[in-house]
Design a protein around this ligand. Sequence first.
Ligand code: SF4
Length: 334
Amino acid sequence: MSSGTRRQLETREERKKFCRRLLAWYDIHARDLPWRASHDPYRVWLSEIMLQQTRVAAVIEHHHEFLRRFSTIEKLAAAREASVLAAWSGLGYYRRARMMHAAAKVIVHEHGGKFPTSEPGLRTLPGIGRYTAAAIASIAFGEPVAVVDGNVERVLQRLSGRRLGGEELWTAAENLLDAKRPGDFNQAMMELGAVVCAPRAPACLTCPVVELCTTRGELPATTKPVPQKKREIHYALDCRKRNGRDDEVFLVQRTRDASLMPGMWELPELAAMNGTGKPLFALRHSITVTDYTVRVWRATAPSRVAGKWIRLERLAQVALTGLARKILRKSEVL
Ligand code: SF4
C-alpha cells in the first residue's frame, strides 16, 4: 500500500456496504456443494473437518460415501474405528477421523445425541478447535461468531493492507461479520478467498468488494517460501495368485505410535533398488514439506517385514494410506 492510499473498512458504513456486496455475490455465485444443502450440525461438522487440509474435489467424493456408511451421529459413534478409518481412506490426516469418532461418542453418550449449540460448548468436544466450533455454531445454529481459516486470513490481509496475525485476524473478522447471516457471511468469506481472492493472481476485476479493498492485489512478499525437500522411496508390490489371478496383496500396518498415519496400511518399503532392472512405474507424492519420487517394484516383500496378505475384494474396507491407495489404483489392483 502506498503512503497515500487510504485504508478501507474503517467506518461502519463501509463495513455494512461490504456485507451487503459480499452476501449478494455469495447468493448468486456460491458453488453448489453437497453439504451446503443442509444446516444439520452433523453434516456441517463432517464437511468442515474433511475440508481441513483436503481439496474440495476430494471432499465431494468422500462426503457422500461417508454419510452413506454413517448416516447419523449414532451410527458413527457405534462404528468400529477400523470402519471409520476405512471410510476416511484417501483423505489423509487420519487423526481427524479418530477425533470425529471420539467426539461422536461424547455427543451420543453425554449429550443425548445432540450437538452443543454454542461455540464454547462445541469447543469442549474432541478435535473441535476455535475454527470448527465457530463454523458449526454460525452455519448450523446461527450464532454470530466469525471464522478465520487460510482463505479468510488472506482476504482480511488484502482488504486491510496489513499483515495481520493471531488475535488481530479474529478481531478483524468479527468486526466485519454480518450478525444477521453469520453462517452465510463466514462461508462467503471462505468462498471469496477460494475462488476470487486466490493466493496467486487474485481476480480483483471480478471481485464484488474491490471498491472496499485497500490492496487490490497481492500483498508484497516479506519472507522466502520454505523450499520443498526431495526424497526417493521404493515400495514392493507383492501380489500372489489364487485361481490364476492376483488375488491377495501383501501390506504392512504402520505402528500405533507412528507420528504420521498410525495404524494405517501401506505397501512394504524396499531399500534403494539401484541397478536391479526397471520399476513397474514411478509417481510423485508430496507430504507437507517433502516431495517424494515413489518407485514401485513388482517384488517380494523383504523377509524381515511383518505384514499380512489382504484379499483384493477386502481392500475397500482397509484403512490405506493415501499413497498406498494411489499405488494400488495406478497398478489396477484397486
Ligand atoms: Fe482480494 Fe482483489 Fe478482492 Fe481485494 S480486490 S479482496 S485483493 S480479489
